[in-house]
Structures are given as structure tokens and as C-alpha cells.
Design a protein. Structure first.
Length: 186
């Protein structure tokens, strides 16, 4: 199986961390997201990552890849936590994209909405429910890691000492250390 990924993608990082921790060998192919010559486009017209090529079938979107690999949680409460983690990542990512637009095209109202949503999600977390090796815990840690490295305008650690300690324990694991995204400057 081939996993197309971009180093900055927190969604791709979820699959990469899980594969390492679960001992599943994936051929990882780094790709760019906005290059018309990107290698995954031959299989993936959407050009999004992660994208898993299994034989002749390409599967896009993290939850669908998780389901295909048998890693999607079955318990409703775990699915709920995973949904919150994915919503957190999605909101942070679209907020980040807005910040990368020219100043006159940015939407302060949209950014305020996403900041409020991100804070609301983090403030509602019950960290005791996040088993360290669960899919939802890994997803949440990948989202927080995205904030640390690629969306630094969101000071998620402020007033969240328990979450900060939880996160530091998560990222100390080798699978996280081996998938650190690059710093982007926003």
C-alpha cells in the first residue's frame, strides 16, 4: 500500500503515526498539494492527502482510510471524540488557509468563528477518556502539533496546563517524533 502525504498535513500525520505504532508498513510518498505534476494526481483527481493506494483502488479522507485499515473506532463515544478531533483540525486548517490569503482577502469574522470553535472544542475535552494509543487521542495530538508548528497564531496552551502535559506525553513517542511537520511561520 502506498500512502501519499504532505509533511504539513495533520490528517496525513494521523495515518502515519498509527501505521508506525501498529506496525503496518506503508510506502510513504511525499507529495505537494498544489502542484499539477504531483504524483498522486494520476490516482487522485482531488489531489488531497492523505490518499491510500491499495492495489488499484485509491482511498481519500482520513476516516475512510481508517475504516479501510480497520482502525476506525466502533464505540459511539470514541467516534464522537474522533469527530471532535477531526472538527478541531479542520477548523484550524481552514483558519490557517485564510491567514495565508492576501490581507485584503482575509475574513476577520471567519477567523473569529474558527478561533471560538477551536477554543470550545479544547475546553470541552475530557482527557481521561482519551486512551493514549487510541485513534482519537492520536488525532487530537496531531491537531495540536499542527498548531505548534504550522498555526502558531492560536495559543492553545494558554490556560490549559493539563492538555499541555497530556500533549507533551503523546509527542514524546517515537511515532510522533518521526512525523513532525515543518514550521510554517503563521
Amino acid at each position: 500500500m502506498i500512502l501519499y502525504f504532505a509533511h504539513g498535513s495533520p490528517f496525513a500525520r494521523i495515518i502515519r503515526v498509527l501505521a508506525r505504532e501498529r506496525g503496518v508498513a506503508l510506502d510513504e510518498v511525499e507529495t505537494t498539494l498544489r502542484d499539477p505534476a504531483a504524483p498522486q494526481l494520476a490516482h487522485n483527481p482531488a489531489g488531497r492527502v492523505p490518499a491510500l493506494l491499495d492495489g488499484g483502488t485509491l482511498i481519500c479522507e482520513t476516516p475512510l482510510i481508517l475504516a479501510h485499515l480497520g482502525w476506525l473506532p466502533r464505540e459511539p463515544t470514541a467516534l464522537s471524540r474522533l469527530g471532535q478531533a477531526c472538527a478541531f483540525i479542520d477548523g484550524i486548517a481552514v483558519w490557517n488557509r485564510d491567514l495565508r490569503r492576501p490581507e485584503h482577502e482575509r475574513s476577520p469574522g471567519f477567523q473569529a468563528l474558527e478561533r471560538t470553535r477551536a477554543n470550545r472544542i479544547l475546553d470541552a475535552l475530557d482527557l481521561e477518556a482519551y486512551a493514549p494509543h487510541s485513534v482519537e487521542a492520536i488525532a487530537l495530538a496531531c491537531g495540536l502539533g499542527y498548531c505548534d508548528r504550522r498555526h502558531t497564531v492560536f495559543a492553545w496552551r494558554e490556560g490549559r496546563q493539563a492538555l499541555t502535559l497530556w500533549y507533551e506525553a503523546m509527542i514524546a513517542r517515537p511515532a510522533f517524533a518521526g512525523t513532525v511537520p515543518p514550521v510554517s511561520g503563521i
